[in-house]
Design a protein around this ligand. Structure first.
Ligand code: 5GP
Ligand code: ZN
Length: 114
């Protein structure tokens, strides 16, 4: 765990979160400010700050869980589409420096996210 990393604290249970999925390597939870209903973040349990600093094995574990979690979101929220996003470095919109994948369900013209 990296000191002062909020996502490490979420994994640890020190900060509460709405769990979507968990196994030994990966944790998924609802984004605190969801851009659409069901907006989920998928993170490796091992801290790494971004895609540049991630061991390929950690990335493999993280990305391999995405189809399963995407299907769970599809079943729960019945979106008409889904964005899979990963921001790296501030200029690309990264605000939490623990690697994460956004899964953003889309609901058509009225979902307010573009
Ligand atoms: P980024 O901007 O780094 O790609 O995404 C970070 C995301 O983490 C943001 O969408 C933000 O809403 C979410 N976030 C920040 N702090 C917390 C928190 O304490 N709990 C949860 N569930 N999400 C958080
Ligand atoms: Zn961390």
């Amino acid at each position: 765990m990296a000191d002062e990393c909020i996502f490490c604290k979420i994994i640890d249970g020190e900060i509460p979160s709405a769990k979507v999925y968990e196994d030994d390597e990966v944790y998924a939870f609802l984004d605190i400010s969801q851009v659409t209903k069901g907006h989920t973040l998928v993170i490796p349990k091992q801290h790494c700050q971004d895609i540049y600093h991630t061991h390929p094995e950690t990335a493999e574990k993280l990305f391999s869980r995405v189809p399963k979690i995407a299907n769970a979101i599809k079943q729960t929220y019945a979106p008409v589409g889904l964005n899979v996003l990963n921001n790296n470095e501030e200029a690309a919109g990264q605000s939490v420096f623990h690697l994460h994948i956004h899964l953003i369900p889309r609901y058509g013209e009225r979902d307010g996210f573009s």
